[in-house]
Design a protein around this ligand. Sequence first.
Ligand code: UN1
Length: 509
Amino acid sequence: MIALPSAKDLRRQARDAASRCGVDLDSFAGDRAVNSPINGQPLVSVRWQHAADVDGVVTRAGEAFRAWRTVPAPVRGGLVRRFGELLREHKEDLGTLVSLEVGKITSEALGEVQEMIDICEFAVGLSRQLYGKTISSERPGHRLMETWHPLGVVGVISAFNFPVAVWSWNTALAVVCGDPVVWKPSELAPLSALASAALLDRAIAETGAPAQLSQVLIGGADLGQALVDHSGVALLSATGSTRMGRSAGPRVADRFGRSLLELGGNNAAIVTPSADLDLTTRGIVFSAAGTAGQRCTTMRRVIAHVDVIDELTDRLAAVYRRLPVGSPIADGTLVGPLIHDAAYKSMRNALEAAQQQGGQLIVGGRRRFADEAPDAYYAEPAIVRMPEQTDIVRQETFAPILYVLPYRTLDEAVALNNDVPQGLSSSIFTSDQAEAERFLAADGSDCGIANVNIGTSGAEIGGAFGGEKETGGGRESGSDAWRSYMRRATNTINFSGELPLAQGVEFTV
Ligand code: UN1
C-alpha cells in the first residue's frame, strides 16, 4: 500500500508553494500538463513559449549585459546576497515544488535548495575575489597583468533531476561575474523554475539591478536549440544527456561560442579488502539508491575485490530489501518514484539486457504500487551481479540499477573504473593509504571527481563540479569555475618612457 495525498491536495500544495514565492500559476496557464511523478497526474497546465520568442529574450538580455557589466562586482554580489536570503526564507516552498514536480524525497529536495543557498554565499564572497595575476615583464619599466571582464549572455539548459540547483550554480556565478542569464529549465519541471526565478526577480527589483538580468523560457527542446544557435549567447551551459551535448557542443563551437557541458555519468566505487564494510555499505546505498538513481552522480557500478564481493553483496542486498520506497513527501520514505514511464521502461530493458549478458539479479527491479497509482512509476532499486563489464554496464541507465563486478588487482579495478565512455565521478573505499593515493594519481581514476571513503554523489558546492570524456569536460559551481563566465584580457603597461620590443626585436626607422 502507498499512502498518497489526493491529486487535489497535491495541486493545492503546488499552487500555494508557488504563490508564496510570488508566482500566480493562473498567469502561466496553457495547454501543457505538468505531471507529478508522485501520482502521474497533472499538477497544473502551463503555456509553452516558442523558438521565435528566443531572439527577443536574448536581445533584452544583451541590453541588461551592457548595463550590468560596469556595475562593480562587489555591488553585483549584493544582489546575490539578497537572492540567498530569499531562498532561505522560501526553502520549504521550493523544496515542496521540487518534490511535487520531480519526486525527490523531502530531505533531498531541501538539500537541493540548500545547494542554491550555499552557492549564493560562495558567489557573494567571490564577488570580491575575481582575481587576475600580475606577471613580471621581460622589459624594464613594464608590467604585465590580466584582467577578468564579464563575458556576455549566459544560456542555461537544465535537467529535471536537479531542476533548480544547477541553474543557481550557474546564475549565482554569472551574476557576480557581470553576466545576465536566460534559462531553459526542463519541460518536466517548470514550476520550481518559475518560483526560483520569481525570487531572483524580487531580489533584482529590490536592489535596482536591470530587470532582464534573469529570464526564463518555458517550453520544449526547440527553445534550447534556439539558445544553442543564437550568436548573442556567449556561454551555453547545458546539463543533460550525452546525446544532447553531442548535438549542442559542436553547434555552439561552430559559431565560436563557449559551452560548458555537464552530461552523463557512469560512476563506480572500488571496494578493496581493507575497506570498512559498514561505512562502505552506507556510502554505496545513498549514492546508488538515493534520488531513485536519477542523479548524474548516482553510483551505477561497484568494483569489489574477490575477497569481499560476496559479503559486500549480501550486506547491500539486506539493506536494499528494507529500503522504504514510497511517496517522496511521506515521512520515512528514502526512495521516491521514477520521473515517468519511459524511465521505468529503460530500467526494465537494462535489467533484461544485463541478465542476457550473464548478470544475476540479486534484489529489486519490481514495480510497486501500480494498482493504486497506475500512472506513477515506483521501482525497487536493483542490484545485479555481473561476471564482467559488459555493454549494458558501460551504458548510463538513468534508474536505480547497481552492477557489482569482481576484481583481483588494483590495476585491474582502476582499468575497469576508467573503461566506460563517461568520466564524472568515482570513489574508492579502502583503509590503505597507498591504495587511495594510487586511485587519486595521474594513472588512477580518470574522472572529474575522485573520492575516498565516501560515495560518488552528493558533492559540496565548494569544489569544481563536472567530468571528462562523454561527461563533457565542463566545470561548474566552486573553485575557479567562475572563469568560464568571464573573458580574460592580458595587459602590458609601459611606464619606461622608452619603447623596447619583446624578444629583443629591433625595429628603429
Ligand atoms: C546532477 O545530478 O546533475 O553531487 C548534479 C551531487 C549533487 C549535484 C548533482 N551535488 O550529487
